[in-house]
Design a protein around this ligand. Structure first.
Ligand code: XUL
Ligand code: CO
Length: 448
């Protein structure tokens, strides 16, 4: 097949798997949706528009099942040990066939995911440009869209000590080159966002790390990313993906609050948003809902890499998102703020090493899609009933309704003036129940 000529519907890879359709909660078909009915309107918006789901290229199509103790376990039709051009092209065909059969509207990629093995930076530039043209043709042929692109600044051995925060300026220059090319490609492909995950932006030991230099370089280069976005006219959001550690002992984008402090320091808090991942939240000691609530309250909510960790260990296990309650709690924080704007739910999740067949990829995604849809229905039920919002409003009503509350928030109030009033009126207020278990029961009642 000549470059640029894409035969999207020939020679199918997932033969025997029909497009996944909505069949309703009583269906017993393992390859059907029970809850995801994309045109169903929930809280005034179609399910598809609420969730804006994306399949990730790296776990679903690139990973062959290897781990640090053993070789790949997946026999994928599109993998070859050499990762040559023919395999990269077949992988792209597999990817778009998969997206189309799953019926999710978006995908996400790293530059190196879509190319053959590229030993030098110039090889990567050339192979990437060719692969991006092919992505464009596939997007056109299938209608599948790009949620975000990102440059892989952690896989190549040159990035062992970081990309943008590398002690060696020549390596940081290689990182900048990759980001520039990947941003331009994301723009060309109509991507909705551009992501930076700083997997190697951090340190293994402070003994060889000039933390101050690394953070100031990181801020400087991030400002250039923002400048470049405006220069090329990219309308999507620039997103930083927080993660506290793994692979580094400490990563600078620790969590949403840390990222906000960093953005503030460099005056970028209105320009850069966050891409929140539940398993990264739990590694940082937070819940998924906490990270969303923090991002919403700071005005930096961007997108979501949906997955889940494992309660028994502290790794980034990137399992598929099956925890209805966690996602419902998170959506209750997100939806009242207007939900996802340019963002989406990207399945940054991988099947287990023993789930080795192509069907397993479908089962995993069908479960992930349906869990999101079911959590959306539960969160919408909670929001529509309004009891939680009303209880919260009542709990804080004093700040707008009582004289002391209004006085304390008024301009000119000081520590002395407030303390004087408290003493003069001999205020001696007591505790009122927070009703936690009652509220938690309401969540469970709405999960149907
Ligand atoms: C790693 C991770 C990445 C980013 C993109 O934990 O989540 O896959 O999402 O680089
Ligand atoms: Co991620």
């Amino acid at each position: 097949m000549a470059d640029g000529q894409i035969k999207v519907d020939g020679d199918p890879i997932f033969e025997g798997i029909e497009p996944i359709r909505y069949e309703g909660p009583t269906s017993d078909n393992p390859l059907a949706y029970r809850y995801y009915d994309k045109d169903r309107v929930v809280l005034g918006k179609r399910m598809e528009d609420h969730l804006r789901m994306a399949v990730c290229y790296w776990h679903t199509f690139c990973w062959d099942g290897y781990d640090i103790f053993g070789a790949g376990t997946f026999a994928r039709d599109w993998h070859s040990p050499a990762n040559d051009r023919a395999a990269a092209d077949r992988k792209m065909q597999a990817a778009f066939e998969f997206f189309t059969k799953l019926g999710t509207p978006y995908y996400c990629f790293h530059d190196v995911d879509i190319t053959e093995a590229s030993p030098t930076p110039s090889d990567l530039s050339n192979n990437f440009a060719r692969a991006v043209d092919r992505l464009g043709a596939y997007q056109e042929a299938t209608g599948v869209k790009l949620l975000w692109g990102t440059a892989n600044l952690f896989g190549n051995p040159r990035f062992a000590a970081g990309g943008l925060t590398n002690p060696n300026p020549e390596i940081a220059a290689c990182a900048v080159r990759q980001i520039r090319e990947c941003m331009d490609a994301t723009h060309k492909l109509g991507g909705a966002n551009y992501v930076l995950w700083g997997g190697r932006e951090g340190y293994d030991t402070l003994l060889n790390t000039d933390l101050s230099r690394e953070l100031s370089n990181f801020g400087r280069f991030l400002a250039m990313v923002v400048e470049h976005k405006h220069k090329i006219g990219f309308k999507g959001k620039i997103l930083i993906e927080p993660k506290p550690h793994e692979p580094m002992y400490h990563q600078y984008d620790f969590d949403t609050a840390t990222v906000y402090g960093f953005l503030k320091r460099f005056g970028l808090e209105k320009e850069v948003h966050v891409n929140i991942e539940p398993n990264h939240a739990t590694l940082a000691g937070h819940s998924f809902a906490h990270e969303l609530a923090t991002a919403v309250s700071l005005g930096i909510m961007g997108s979501i890499d949906i997955n889940s960790g494992n309660y028994q260990n502290g790794w980034d296990t990137d399992q598929f998102n099956l925890d209805l309650r966690d996602i419902t709690l998170a959506l209750i924080e997100l939806l009242p703020s207007g939900g996802l704007d340019t963002g989406g739910f990207n399945f940054d999740a991988k099947v287990r090493r023993q789930s080795s067949t192509a069907e397993d990829l479908f089962y995993a995604h069908v479960g992930g899609v349906d869990t999101l849809a079911r959590a959306l229905l539960a969160a919408a039920d909670v929001i529509e009933k309004g009891e939680i919002a009303a209880l919260k409003a009542k709990r804080y009503a004093g700040w707008t309704e009582s004289e002391i509350g209004r006085m304390m928030l008024s301009e000119g109030a000081s520590l002395e003036s407030i303390a004087d009033v408290a003493a003069k009126q001999n205020i001696d207020a007591g505790h009122v129940s927070g009703r936690q278990e009652y509220l938690e029961n309401l969540i469970n009642h709405s999960i149907k």
